[in-house]
Design a protein around this ligand. Sequence first.
Ligand code: TXA
Ligand code: MG
Length: 318
Amino acid sequence: MKNIYLNVYKSNLANMQKAKKSVENNDVIGIPTETVYGLAGNAYSETSVKKIFKLKKRPRYNPLILHYASLNRLKKDAVINKSFIKLYKSLCPGPITFILNKKAKSKISKIANARKKTIAIRFPKHKVARNLLKILSVPLAAPSANIFSKLSPTSAQDVVDEFNGKIKMILDGGSCKIGLESTILDLTSRPTILRQGSITQKKIEGILKTKVIVKKKVNRIKSPGQLNFHYSPGLPVLMNKVLPSKNGAFITFGKKFKNKKNSFNLSQKGNLKEAANNLYKTMRKIKKLNYKSINVCVIPNIGIGCAINDRLKKASFK
Ligand code: TXA
Ligand code: MG
């Protein structure tokens, strides 16, 4: 195995400048965020955005999330509304993506948002992502740094495993604090959650003081990316099980499950945040250990547990 770590860079000042140059050259780089790692490029450049779709093997109808350093910069590209301002003030920077109407004069590449009237935007909290966005004069289009429909990466090594050799630079920001993708909230009509995440329906309702809808089956027109077969570890996943199957691994949760050779507890102490953080890591580990299937026990469907179950449901889709 030669040169396997060569394109992983420590996030020091010199390397941040190098990353800036790469983005300005319309190259694509791997960046850490608090949710998952992203495959980032200049959102105003068609060249750069096309590279992202190609690397990810992502269908062109599935729009990308745009990452911003500040509200000021966003104003050029999106139509801001009152609900957005309220949520921005209490949750940003943080793990939430907003769907807003795109401004007619915006320079966002039409390919980035799949020629829709809306754009998905977020303000990442991870200091490496934030610092990079601050020194750039453009927003970053950054989907999760995985091949289309696979598991999102939660460490620089995961990005290496997915794209080694195909991208020149991956900024190392350690292991992602949250480990699941951001909550996606559509604010172009009645507030609707299109993808669940660590910022919950209850939290958003508390801030907006109004009912928030959680879209169960998202139609293609509103959010083409919320396909049923996302987040696949590359082996069969079965939910709500009490035992593993033959030659299979067992993902468990809580203290009633003892640690056995083929069983992987997401959180022995029954903490859903810890479980969310361990979910993708554990599935990747199981895949590397060559198990043939994954059974998963019941995970409580409350708080971030809803996001865990949403990802498991999509991972188990046949
Ligand atoms: O946590 C995250 O959000 C990560 C990090 C890297 O920021 N990014 C991420 O991006 O998960 P991605 O591309 O893997 O997921 C973006 C989702 C897709 O399901 C896409 O369909 C949806 O956002 N999306 C993007 N633009 C949209 C739009 N205008 N309307 C509705 N959905 C949109
Ligand atoms: Mg993704």
